[in-house]
Design a protein around this ligand. Structure first.
Ligand SMILES: Nc1nc2c(c(=O)[nH]1)N[C@H]1C(S)=C(S)[C@@H](COP(=O)(O)OP(=O)(O)OC[C@H]3O[C@@H](n4cnc5c(=O)[nH]c(N)nc54)[C@H](O)[C@@H]3O)O[C@H]1N2
Ligand SMILES: Nc1nc2c(c(=O)[nH]1)N[C@H]1C(S)=C(S)[C@@H](COP(=O)(O)OP(=O)(O)OC[C@H]3O[C@@H](n4cnc5c(=O)[nH]c(N)nc54)[C@H](O)[C@@H]3O)O[C@H]1N2
Ligand code: SF4
Ligand SMILES: [Mo]
Length: 560
């Protein structure tokens, strides 16, 4: 019996799995010889799995797998011709209409290696930052808030904080359903440590039903709730002024408006939509519970004021000086298995790789590292704007990977019509049946979860290996390989990658260079640069640690 360790593909908890086979030979392994369990040594789940993870092997029986590249007419085409066609169409479109007439729309379900190569291709070679991802739909509010408050998209909390917390506050998150293994851990910690669970959600969800306090607030009232809490912390002399003076900026600018809310708690309770007793019970618990951990998800992120709400939550922790200490502070739950990895390679239209922005020195670093004549010099179009530009005919060629925007973006009819009218649509998929795949001029077969190899980064920024254990079906290929083929056909040098390890190494070397050049950068995977193939193959889950302590944090945190 031999086992392969990999990761669950379904959510941002990022559980480790172990797939065992009774067959000695992994090549041509048969599904009936496989068993799947949780990886007891993985720090995200310590062997636990939820119902979805336990049934991962059932997904292998997918009825209609895409095996070969095909054209819209249904005619099969070989990879060589398909990549030549895509290269020609992208090159001609750029020649006629400029770099911003093309776009890539990616997915938090891709691997970090796929994401890295896609970004390099678009921002370094096509010279457009029109590269966005479905992670925009879940994570952009949290990203902007952390960039604003901490100076970089860095998540202070981690799963271990759950056991150290006295109070856990879930805001806009139905964690019992959407991050079940983490929720079981919260319930276990609650039982063992008598910690309190607060759930803030307009609906009495399965999560809320397990809470000690459920604040069934009005939708969107989170902003008033947390801004009022900041005022309450000040009113009750709980604010850590030494910390604020030494490590933050902007407190004085916002505290007055916060206290305008907290000075009349009865009217604040009305605005928020809860009773005065519930409001004050929660506020008092935030002070009395020594260590408070707040975690938010889509009820906050998908709000039009999601960034402001997230910042209001962070402000309360900053005011107490409770950031970067065990068991307290802010934590952002990511939805997709690799939303975090995508953010790290710069998978959003609004950033460059390794948490860089578009300043001249940051562009220059990438220009030198990739040995190109300049990179995209301004932000590109974010998801919704990208599809608006598509509908307006401004984007004339698009490559969609690992996501089904016809279903998942708002205004789906508009998205479908825009794709139908777009002169050239490429879709990389594992299935020909998705609504988006049906609109592709060229449909490329991607490798599915059981076949592909690379890395993913979970909610608590642990990088884990995904390891394929099934032979890829038909001519399906890794997404990074497909992009590299097209890039080479366009005459670009720098896409001669032979393995996923070589892609990862380049990314890690870039991180080392960024860290060396910009001393204040917190994102740092330089320790993983230059892994040998064997080291990469055996890479154990590795967590990026950010030191938020006074000694190590170079920037001031900001009240915005
Ligand atoms: N089974 C399953 N699990 C999944 C996924 C899946 O498709 N299926 N998808 C994964 C992905 S990509 C994501 S992003 C996550 C999503 O994970 P969650 O965010 O936990 O999931 P949602 O169901 O969107 O829960 C959002 C909650 O916010 C509440 N809410 C709505 N408006 C407000 C508001 O104004 N304020 C507050 N405080 N709450 C509000 C809603 O009532 C809801 O309970 O799940 C991940 N896990
Ligand atoms: N109404 C409504 N809309 C929503 C949401 C909501 O709660 N309600 N939630 C939003 C959120 S948070 C999210 S994250 C999005 C999710 O929206 P999508 O990203 O559209 O979600 P999926 O259905 O998971 O689409 C993934 C696609 O990738 C394909 N695929 C699977 N594995 C691979 C692979 O390895 N490579 C490639 N190339 N393709 C692969 C699958 O066949 C599938 O078609 O939806 C958003 N839209
Ligand atoms: S909690 Fe998420 S990552 Fe873990 S087994 Fe369930 S779906 Fe997979
Ligand atoms: Mo999501």
């Amino acid at each position: 019996m031999s086992a392969i360790l990999s990761s669950c593909a379904y959510c941002g908890v990022g559980c480790g799995i172990s797939v065992s086979s009774t067959q000695a030979d992994w090549e041509n392994v048969d599904r009936s010889n496989l068993t799947l369990t949780g990886d007891i040594n993985h720090p995200a789940n310590h062997g636990h799995l939820c119902a979805k993870g336990e049934r991962l092997l059932d997904s292998l029986a997918q009825p209609n797998v895409l095996r070969y590249p095909i054209l819209r007419s249904g005619k099969p085409i070989n990879w060589d011709d398909a990549s030549s066609l895509i290269a020609d169409k992208f090159a001609n479109t750029i020649a006629e209409f400029g770099p911003d007439s093309v776009a890539l729309y990616l997915s938090g379900q891709l691997l970090t290696e796929d994401y890295y190569v896609a970004n390099k291709f678009a921002k370094g070679y096509l010279k457009t930052a029109n590269v966005d991802t479905n992670s925009r739909l879940c994570m952009s509010s949290a990203v902007s808030a952390m960039q604003g408050s901490f100076g970089e998209d860095v998540v202070p909390g981690c799963y271990d904080d759950i056991e150290h917390a006295d109070v856990i506050v879930l805001i806009g998150a139905n964690t019992a359903w959407t991050h079940p293994v983490l929720f079981q851990r919260i319930l276990a910690a609650k039982k063992a440590n008598h910690s309190q669970l607060v759930v803030i959600d307009p609906i009495a969800t399965a999560t809320a039903k397990q809470a000690d306090i459920h604040l069934a607030i009005k939708p969107g009232a989170d902003l008033a709730l947390f801004h009022g809490l900041l005022g309450f912390l000040a009113d009750s002399n709980s604010v850590n002024h030494d910390y604020i003076t030494a490590h933050t900026q902007g407190y004085d600018d916002i505290i007055e408006s916060a206290q305008q809310l907290s000075c009349n708690l009865a009217s604040l309770a009305k605005i928020v939509g809860v009773s005065l007793a519930t409001l004050t019970q929660f506020y008092q618990l935030f002070i009395d519970g020594n260590k408070v951990l707040s975690a938010s998800c889509q009820g906050v992120n998908q709000s039009v004021i999601g960034t402001e709400i997230t910042q209001a939550i962070i402000h309360c922790h900053l005011a107490l000086g409770h950031i970067g200490q065990a068991g307290c502070g802010f934590f952002s739950l990511t939805g997709q298995p690799n939303a975090m990895g995508g953010r790290e390679v710069g998978g959003l239209a609004t950033q460059l790789a390794c948490h860089m922005g578009f300043s001249a020195p940051e562009q220059q670093l990438l220009t030198n590292f990739w040995q190109v004549d300049g990179v995209a010099n301004k932000k590109g179009l974010a998801a919704v704007d990208m599809f608006d530009a598509l509908a307006e005919g401004k984007i004339k060629a698009i490559w969609i990977m690992g996501t089904n925007p016809v279903v998942s973006l708002p205004n789906s009819n508009k998205v479908a019509l825009a794709l139908a009218d777009c002169p050239f649509v490429v879709v990389s998929e594992i299935s020909p049946d998705s609504d988006t795949a049906k609109l592709a001029d060229v449909l490329l077969p991607a490798q599915g979860w059981s076949e592909k190899c690379g890395t993913v980064t979970n909610s608590e920024r642990t990088i884990s290996r995904q390891r394929g254990f099934m032979m890829p079906k038909g001519q399906s290929k890794p997404d990074w390989w497909a992009i590299s083929q097209v890039a080479q056909k366009m005459g670009f040098q720098g896409f001669e990658f032979k393995t996923n390890a070589s892609v990862f190494n380049e990314f890690a070397r870039l991180s080392a260079q960024v860290k060396q050049t910009f001393a204040g950068k917190v994102f740092d995977i330089s320790g993983l640069a230059n892994l040998t193939q064997q080291e990469y193959d055996h890479l154990a889950p590795t967590q990026l640690t950010y030191r938020f302590s006074r000694a190590h944090w170079p920037k001031r945190f900001t009240f915005i």
